[in-house]
Ligand binder design. Sequence first.
Ligand SMILES: C[S@@+](CC[C@H](N)C(=O)[O-])C[C@H]1O[C@@H](n2cnc3c(N)ncnc32)[C@H](O)[C@@H]1O
Length: 273
Amino acid sequence: MEQPPHPPVRVERRAVDERESRQANGPDWDRYADEYQATHGEFLGDTGFLWGPEGVTEAELGILGPVEGRDVLEVGSGAGQCSRWVRTRGGRGYGLDLSFRQLQHGLRIDEESGVAVPSVLGTATALPFAAASFDVVFCSFGALQFIADLDVAVAEVARVLRPGGRFAFSITHPTRWMFPDDPGPEGLVASQSYWDRTPYVEVDEATGRVSYVEHHRTLGDWVAVLARHDFRITDLAEPEWPEGHERVWGGWSRTRGRFTPGTAIFGADLAGP
Ligand SMILES: C[S@@+](CC[C@H](N)C(=O)[O-])C[C@H]1O[C@@H](n2cnc3c(N)ncnc32)[C@H](O)[C@@H]1O
């Protein structure tokens, strides 16, 4: 299936609600999926679990806890690379993503790798699963920063987790919001307020429609939303840029990674039985 090219856009900062965020980001990920998988697929690894552009893996960090014999849901699963890793470790990994095209890439890799991840099209704010279905829910840069109604999404995670279940996710490190998304030295000069939560918005020049949205929360916002939904935070990993890692991914590079964290990885336990 040939994907239409990205339309010319202008960048704005303004309020965007959940419906508009979803209507923009679903088609945007459909348009971007081929390029995303062609550019990053090899680095991600068909059965690999990376937490972010630094290349730090779940095998190194162990933030999910044991997955063997457990029901594990990946929200914003893309082509399911991380969930495939979960399956190779004996977990029952399942995927959910807003983008049909990302899921199509998942099916392709299921076939090529021989490790299949049952996955559904859906949104993090309305998980199509019964309460208490999973032992672990995670997102590796998936869904959370594309969502306006973060409280709804975290409530959904709490609902589908069994008591005492584990929630882990990686996001762009909140402090990055202060800097231009530039992998070079320009990206080290703070130019906007850390506390300004106004979303980053791309608007299609031709139609005036919002075509991409990212939402920002401070570290304190993340702590508060987890606490509101009965999670106890156990981990906040901020991977340092590894020696010898020269790969540039968007605004992530050695130039910036030497000085500022690019990824935050939270681990939290839902209140127990
Ligand atoms: C940066 S990709 C990460 C995917 C995968 N974890 C990886 O490492 O390649 C973000 C994914 O989140 C998905 N996404 C965006 N908004 C979402 C939403 N509201 N619900 C579920 N998935 C969403 C996108 O379609 C995309 O596949």
